[in-house]
Design a protein. Structure first.
Length: 251
């Protein structure tokens, strides 16, 4: 049986062991808690630092660097000047707008655009020429029910005139218009093309309607249908159409 002194030593040893056990276990838990807290805190700080650095990078990208040129990736959205720069070969001049501002434009050009003004002037001239040709054509058609539009140098015109004026006696006599000698001959020829569908000469009209050109007149003459055609289309306006007897040179 152990003595009283030994029992005291055993009790002290047990208490010391228990104390050391609780002390080290508590310290280890505290150390582990401190490590977890510090790691969590470091992770949060790293996340905040990364977010702040990203914001700084965006701000730096938005501000162009000094001395660098700003490039537009989308050229379609870029703004262009109202008046494009003129070529280097063109001479420039400054003009005043509304008495206040100035604008640099090529010489001999106006802000409104001289081309549109020229186009309006040309359209007005063409309209005037058309009216003159229409008025002249109406005046010509009153001269005779049979009108021969011709050109003095055209052999086909000469043939048609020879048939209508020499081989036939027509009353009233056909009226001849030499388009190459008429003051507005080109305008008349253009109007005839629009109205009759025939631009070439000769162009023989009976009461304003075309019966053809040189070949058509010759074909009607050879088939003995020219006189009847003139009477039918001329109506009461053609008083007489007779075919003259051919001369020895025409046989």
């Amino acid at each position: 049986m152990p003595t009283q002194r030994r029992m005291r030593l055993i009790v002290v040893a047990v208490l010391a062991i228990l104390f050391l056990t609780f002390y080290y276990s508590g310290e280890a838990s505290s150390i582990q808690n401190q490590k977890f807290y510090r790691s969590t805190l470091n992770a949060m700080r790293a996340k905040e630092d990364a977010k702040h650095a990203k914001q700084q990078d965006k701000i730096q990208d938005a501000i162009p660097r000094q001395g660098s040129k700003v490039e537009h990736v989308d050229s379609a959205n870029s703004e262009h000047p109202v008046i494009p720069p003129a070529k280097q070969s063109e001479e420039m001049e400054e003009i005043s707008i509304a008495g206040r501002t100035k604008m640099t434009v090529p010489k001999n050009k106006d802000v409104q655009g001289s081309s549109s003004s020229d186009s309006k002037v040309e359209d007005k001239e063409e309209s005037t020429d058309h009216l003159d040709a229409k008025s002249e054509l109406n005046s010509i058609l009153k001269r005779s029910p049979v009108i021969i539009f011709s050109k003095s140098y055209c052999p086909y015109s000469k043939r048609a005139k020879s048939i209508l004026l020499d081989r036939y006696s027509i009353s009233p006599k056909p009226f001849v218009v030499e388009l190459d000698q008429h003051p507005i001959g080109p305008g008349l020829q253009e109007l005839l093309a629009q109205n009759t569908g025939r631009r070439t000469v000769p162009n023989v009209l009976v009461n304003g309607k075309s019966i053809g050109g040189g070949d058509d007149i010759a074909a009607l003459d050879q088939s003995d249908e020219l006189a009847s055609t003139l009477r039918t289309m001329g109506g009461k306006w053609v008083a007489e159409v007779t075919r003259a007897a051919p001369s020895e040179g025409q046989l």
